[in-house]
Design a protein around this ligand. Sequence first.
Ligand SMILES: C=CC1=C(C)c2cc3[nH]c(cc4nc(cc5[nH]c(cc1n2)c(C)c5CCC(=O)O)C(CCC(=O)O)=C4C)c(C)c3C=C
Ligand SMILES: [Fe+2]
Ligand SMILES: [Fe+2]
Length: 322
Amino acid sequence: MTKSSTTVILANLGTPSQPTAKGVRDFLNRFLSDQRVVSLSPWVWQPILKGIVLPLRSPRVAKLYQQIWLEGGSPLQVYSENLCHKISSLIGDKAAVRLAMSYSEPFIEDVIDTALKQGCERLIVLPMYPQYSVSTTAPVFDACTRAMKGRFALPSLQFVRQYYDWPGYCELLAQRIRQKGHSYDETHQLVFSFHGIPVRYANLGDPYPQQCEATAKRIAELLELPQSAWKLSFQSRFGKEPWLQPYTDEMLKELAQQGVKAIDIISPAFSVDCLETLEEISSELKDVFLDNGGEHFQYIEALNDGDDHAQILSEMILEQLN
Ligand SMILES: C=CC1=C(C)c2cc3[nH]c(cc4nc(cc5[nH]c(cc1n2)c(C)c5CCC(=O)O)C(CCC(=O)O)=C4C)c(C)c3C=C
Ligand SMILES: [Fe+2]
Ligand SMILES: [Fe+2]
């Protein structure tokens, strides 16, 4: 297989191009207009989105992005790009490796279009979400099919649905937690905080909650933690309907009030750090815990652009190439 005939697409969510109200608005408009993400009728949702959500949320969220912005752009963008370069080096001339995004540049459709123009005959698509969700993984698939529309010669397509269960993946996260050097018990808890989704989506068949639970259980098992030493919760609620519970903010408040003094918190739904970890967890949720009597709060970073992360994702890709 030559480099030009196989293309690996590392697909992530997307992020604002600038930490400004306009940059955030453009990103949120694309993201929240996708019916996979907000599954309301566009006749009902679009006026609310355009008239209320975007004007109120964009300037507020832009200020949050400003607090975490890096020299090369948003953390999600920078870590994803660095990771892609490392994976590309590891894969060598077996395939071209490209980063693509669902809701910001470089868009998945454009990256696929360029690859096909350059003679790509085989696409391997790896959404950068360890757990499958209709709100994240499915939009990557949608973008792939949009990119194929109207074409006469389609490439073969391999789509990685999830990878939390890839051998060694949970071990990598467990190792990261071990490096923090703690032993956990009733007063020093390990919290697995996953990005939430509406309960309705789970009831309609999204396997995301089961996959989150399996991820947390496996990591706890590898760390030989008793059930009393760790918790699973869901963060980043959006909108009025019920989301997966327990909610991280309420749980941290309760834990602090029950006398838990120290928390280490990790978010295994994110392959790279982003607004939801660097701002929501590291700042907002930290304040919730400390304001209610907690004393020690540590956020354990995502695998980001680490060599071990690039290595394990490359192994998954090489398995697809075989
Ligand atoms: C596991 C990954 C993610 C799931 C599942 C997910 C579902 C989901 N998200 C929203 C709404 C928002 N998410 C926002 C940011 C955001 N979400 C993810 C990942 C998942 N989302 C990431 C990586 C990010 C950060 C992007 C970055 O640039 O750093 C935001 C924007 C921030 C804000 O305005 O608060 C919204 C909105 C919904 C509605 C949803 C499932 C239905
Ligand atoms: Fe989200
Ligand atoms: Fe700690």
